[in-house]
Design a protein around this ligand. Sequence first.
Ligand code: SF4
Length: 282
Amino acid sequence: MKEALFYEKLDNNKVKCELCPHECFIKEDSTGICKQRKNVDGTLYTLNYGKISSYGNDPIEKKPLFHFRQNTNVFSIGSTGCNFSCKFCQNYSISLEDTQTIQLSPNDIINIALKYNSPGIAFTYNEPTVWYEYMYDIAVKAKEKGLYTVMVTNGFINKEPLLDLLKVIDAFNIDLKSFNNRYYKKMCGGCIDPVLESIQTAAEKCHVEITTLIVENENDKLNELEELFRWVSKVDKKIPIHLSRYFPMYKLKNPPTKKATLTKAAEIAKEYLDYVYLGNVF
Ligand code: SF4
């Protein structure tokens, strides 16, 4: 276990984690919402430091990032845990349930990436925010070796940790799951404002692309999607957006999103944004 960054010690051996906007108050022998940060004797520890649940040498376009280091393979790693609880989670076995892991040091990861001849490392599969200390340590070493770094995230992170990360992460794909706070609460157990702030902050400093999973009967209202596109265009109309088709997964049994909805949404998005892509459709 490694001591966590970004927390405050409180009276009676309690702590307040300040890594993400949940800002969990955690009593002794308990973990926060993400289940990856534990209070032991009044000190907050990260439980998943160095724990790898999944890895692969993926095309960068699979992240998806279409406008960053095209046609390269990126060594991609994931761990366990998430600070959201999306009912349609595509990776619920590693994000929301216990899973098997192997232990590797930051140097191990760098050496494997170099062995694969990967020009970069991506933190992905589960939510990398709840893996912050390990991701940061690897990213610092990756920059020393001239490797690029990518984070695929829900954007639900506090500003101070994000600003530190921006010094060592080159590109982000950030989910903007909806433009409706009720949706964020009901479907994901989060809220939208910190995500919008993360997108704005990251877009000022590095390459950002956005993914929106359009879920049948949930966030597929075209007027609401139009608001989302308008907002992104005000940040930067050159931010690429990936509109992804939902299929039933985990706890959500709604039917797959109609292709016609995706196509109409893309037409509207193109009125506001320069780069619009459909995912999971063809
Ligand atoms: S990172 Fe985990 S423990 Fe910390 S505030 Fe977020 S959910 Fe809570």
